[in-house]
Ligand binder design. Structure first.
Ligand SMILES: *Cc1c(COP(=O)(O)O)cnc(C)c1O
Length: 379
């Protein structure tokens, strides 16, 4: 029995219960339609996401991880090329570069956003650099102006791993559309989550979108025509697309609910500064647009805190326990040699607290009470 004293890191149980009739009818419709992957519902989802984000083109696929591979490969990134990515991000930002046949180069991040530090990127640019991939982590965009300007100055492609960034806009433009292309993740815990995997490439670049579509799925396997490209065959399920279409309708309400809960965390945790802090960038030249994916905090006693919260029934996640430059599969690359002190500190200090629309105020209070107790402070 769940009570307000138990706080799972993620739960969609309340929403699932609320939407059970709609979801049951979607399953029935798709099951009887005989079309299960990349058909009419997926096309409808692509149109709906284009309308929501303002993108001219969208290519749905199996995950944001696949969308990153499609994006880089469709843009012609491949063997011999280097791609600059943050040292502190989800694994797929860098593994997609490897799957495209290129090499990741890890640059440091800024302490107030965990997004690429333009100065560190500048130091990472070399003769083989082809592109920069900015990542928008947790609740805010990277410094898009500075990073895109830097890419333009050096004649590099600019991409965004906007997997966590649906709903985020900077300067009136949706995340993912500041450079050649971006990606969205519909992993169940993400701001717009499916009931399984799903992802999408978004872009205003028609050529890139066409090539990504060919790479996603060229001619069907049983077709007589030979295939021109070694495609990924990354399908988006009709069922997931139907779930996402339903959830897209309440996305802005869900984002507002996330903001309400985040503000509650911020107010309740403010007295714990500087022991507990949340990185938030002063959005100097952009209207602030925070979209809260998780509630991230930094604290020196991170691992001890994670155990204490777990012992008290509160789920947390360590995003991310080590920098990508330290991952065994990347650390021997020449691109893993730059100093990344801010990423190192984040990997030691950052921990994500539960934040999702189904969370209650009482649950947020419970987490905050425990944080106060842990840090031995009077409330
Ligand atoms: C979740 C995430 C991904 C991968 O998304 P999937 O859809 O699970 O493949 C990539 N990059 C970042 C920054 C993410 O948070």
């Amino acid at each position: 029995m769940l009570t307000d004293r138990t706080v799972p890191f993620f739960s969609g149980a309340v929403s699932l219960h609320r939407d059970r009739d709609i979801l049951a009818s979607l399953v029935r419709d798709i099951a009887t339609s005989g079309r299960f992957v990349n058909a009419a519902t997926v096309a409808e989802l692509e149109q709906a996401v284009m309308a929501y984000t303002g993108a001219r083109h969208a290519v749905a696929c199996n995950s944001a991880s696949d969308a990153l591979i499609l994006m880089l490969t469709a843009a012609g990134i491949g063997p011999g090329d280097e791609v600059i990515v943050p040292a502190y991000t989800f694994f797929a930002t860098a593994s997609s570069v490897v799957h495209a046949g290129a090499e990741p180069v890890f640059a440091d991040v800024l302490p107030d956003s965990y997004a690429l530090d333009p100065e560190s990127v500048r130091n990472a640019i070399g003769p083989r650099t082809k592109a920069i991939v900015a990542v928008h982590l947790f609740h805010q965009t990277a410094d898009l102006h500075a990073l895109r300007t830097l890419a333009d100055e050096h004649g590099l492609d600019f991409f965004e791993d906007s997997a966590e960034a649906i709903g985020m806009r900077a300067g009136g433009r949706h995340a993912g559309l500041w450079g050649r292309a971006g990606v969205l993740s519909f992993f169940p815990t993400k701001t717009l989550g499916a009931l399984g995997d799903g992802g999408m490439l978004i872009t205003d670049d028609e050529q890139l979108a066409r090539q990504a579509l060919r790479l996603r799925q060229d001619v069907p396997l049983d077709a007589a025509e030979p295939s021109a490209v070694a495609c990924l065959d990354s399908g988006c399920d009709e069922l997931q697309a139907a779930v996402l279409l339903t959830r897209l309708r309440t996305l802005d309400t869900d984002i507002a609910r996330r903001a309400e809960l985040a503000e509650r965390y911020t107010a309740r945790l403010a007295p714990l500064a500087p022991l507990v802090t949340t990185p938030v960038r002063a959005h100097a030249h952009e209207p602030s647009n925070l979209v809260w994916y998780v509630y991230l905090i930094e604290t020196e006693r991170r691992d001890e805190l994670a155990r204490f919260l777990a012992d008290n029934g509160v789920g947390t996640e360590i995003y991310y326990p080590r920098t990508l430059a330290e991952q065994p599969c990347f650390r021997s690359l020449p691109g893993a040699r730059l100093p990344v002190p801010v990423a190192d500190a984040a990997a030691r200090r950052a921990i994500a607290l539960p934040l999702y629309p189904d969370l209650t105020e009482a649950q947020v209070d419970r987490v905050c009470d425990l944080l106060h107790e842990f840090h031995g402070e009077a409330r």
